[in-house]
Design a protein around this ligand. Structure first.
Ligand SMILES: *[C@@H]1O[C@H](CO)[C@@H](O)[C@H](O)[C@H]1NC(C)=O
Ligand SMILES: *[C@@H]1O[C@H](CO)[C@@H](O)[C@H](O)[C@H]1NC(C)=O
Ligand SMILES: *[C@@H]1O[C@H](CO)[C@@H](O)[C@H](O)[C@H]1NC(C)=O
Ligand SMILES: *[C@@H]1O[C@H](CO)[C@@H](O)[C@H](O)[C@H]1NC(C)=O
Ligand SMILES: *[C@@H]1O[C@H](CO)[C@@H](O)[C@H](O)[C@H]1NC(C)=O
Ligand SMILES: [Cu+2]
Length: 410
């Protein structure tokens, strides 16, 4: 039997389709495609996906022959809190406490309640809250915000480490108050608040004719009891603080001086329901378009799901943890948003070209496009006000290694 050349070529093509070609990184071919419903297996999937994103980043950097810019030699690796040594954890919280002692840069005519460099960040987030959530800039804005905070810790407070992240799933699995990041020890981010009797559940939303969403309260509720932030003063807000039993506490525009203790209400039920490993793996693997990715992560309004982003926020509970606008007033915010950024980083690297370019942006300049505003594009400018500078375009924020940033995650 003889083949014509074209038939032979077809056979070769068919064979090379059937037999997986060996991947240079040895892992892409075995990547999971569907989130496992089993928590332990889903955690394993996440580790695999992060490993793939790390290897992809490193291969790109190794192949980059440019002499300036990000290189393997100066790539920062952000790690999970529990993998840091005790001195590393202490160095981080010491730097945060330092930022809370440095004077604010925001003029008091702009934000009267901003007393420290830490408050500059909280104030900027309050001012822009309606434009940076459920909007086209959500992911990139918070990436730049978290990076700028890390730079402030390094450049203004002598911190030599890297921004750590909080893996909600591994923390939730052992119980938040038992996990290294929230156990209340001197090497944690402080832990739970003093237990206070609650008058009822947390009831979110109900606006725009959507059904309200009910969340349980947690094991604390009062002032943080121990750890580095036991004496911390929350100076700004509240703006939209959800209260047990329903309703919100609002102090005008939240920009006046309103010093109070940091409150937490660690809520295992919330972190386990919304930010478990299956939910994280699902968020990375299911959405193929950035519109769906952002919506899954933040929770589709009216769906009864607050997403992995909401899960982390409401698992902290307390004040300002349950206040969307003032939430960076709890230092845990930055470890939470580093994890959000890590999930985005992994999702982006599963299809780097598409997801770090124009197609990786969806949405407008306002919360759920209310009021209607222009579509966010690569040219949209992000300005962090007095917290940090300079203003940059979305283009610079789409990759953690191709633009001004030079970091990855483990
Ligand atoms: C990527 O390179 C950095 C820096 O050399 C290294 O610390 C990290 O482990 C590497 N990541 C992977 C997934 O190989
Ligand atoms: C990394 O190192 C290169 C070469 O030393 C330098 O040009 C670049 O600015 C550095 N990048 C960062 C983000 O530090
Ligand atoms: C908190 O303040 C008390 C009373 O001034 C002090 O004894 C304690 O060391 C402080 N704790 C921290 C972690 O700063
Ligand atoms: C994990 O998260 C998903 C999505 O929020 C949820 O449907 C599921 O019930 C959660 N698993 C557990 C054990 O709570
Ligand atoms: C804005 O984006 C939406 C959704 O992708 C699209 O349908 C619309 O045409 C865009 N508007 C403009 C003015 O580009
Ligand atoms: Cu935010």
């Amino acid at each position: 039997m003889r083949f014509t050349t074209s038939v032979a070529l077809c056979l070769v093509a068919a064979l090379s389709n059937a037999i997986p070609t060996p991947q240079t990184d040895g892992s892409a071919a075995d990547l999971p495609t569907q989130a496992s419903p089993d928590e332990a297996q889903a955690l394993e999937q996440l580790a695999q996906l992060a490993e793939f994103a790390g290897q992809t980043t490193n291969e790109t950097l190794a192949a980059n022959k440019k002499r300036d810019g990000c290189s393997l030699g100066n790539l920062s690796i952000r790690r999970e809190w529990s993998t840091l040594s005790k001195p590393q954890r202490k160095a981080y919280t010491d730097a945060v406490l330092c930022l809370q002692k440095l004077p604010a840069r925001t003029p008091s005519s702009v934000i009267p309640g901003a007393k420290s460099r830490f408050d500059d960040f909280v104030g900027t987030h309050i001012q822009q809250a309606n434009y940076i959530h459920y909007s086209g800039t959500f992911l990139a804005w918070h990436r730049y915000f978290t990076w700028s905070y890390e730079q402030a810790l390094r450049n203004e407070c002598g911190y030599n480490g890297v921004q750590p992240y909080w893996n909600w799933a591994s923390s939730g699995a052992v119980g938040l108050a038992n996990s290294a990041i929230l156990d209340g020890s001197a090497y944690s981010m402080s832990g739970d608040g003093q237990y206070v009797e609650k008058t009822g559940d947390i009831i979110l939303g109900g606006a725009e004719g959507l059904p309200p969403l009910v969340l349980p309260t947690g094991s604390g509720g009062g002032c943080v009891k121990s750890g580095p932030f036991v004496n911390m003063s929350v100076n700004l807000g509240p703006v939209g603080l959800s209260l047990p039993g329903g309703g919100y506490e609002v102090n005008g525009d939240g920009l006046s001086y309103n010093p109070r203790c940091l409150k937490r209400d660690l809520t295992d039920a919330v972190v386990r329901k919304y930010s478990n490993a299956t939910a994280i793996a699902y968020t990375i693997l299911k959405p193929q378009e950035v519109y769906d990715f952002q919506m899954t992560m933040q929770g589709v309004p009216g769906s009864g799901n607050i997403g992995i982003h909401g899960g982390g926020h409401y698992a902290m509970g307390g004040d300002p943890g349950r206040d969307v606008n003032t939430s960076p007033g709890d230092p845990l915010f930055y470890t939470h948003h580093a994890m959000i950024d890590r999930v985005w980083w992994i999702w982006q690297l599963l299809d780097k070209k598409e997801r770090t370019g124009a197609k990786g942006i969806s949405g407008t300049g306002t919360f759920l496009n209310m009021p209607p505003s222009a579509n966010t594009t690569l040219d949209t400018v992000i300005d962090l006000g007095y917290a940090a500078g300079p203003p940059v375009t979305m283009r610079d924020l789409m990759s953690t290694t191709d633009g001004p940033f030079c970091y990855a995650y483990l």
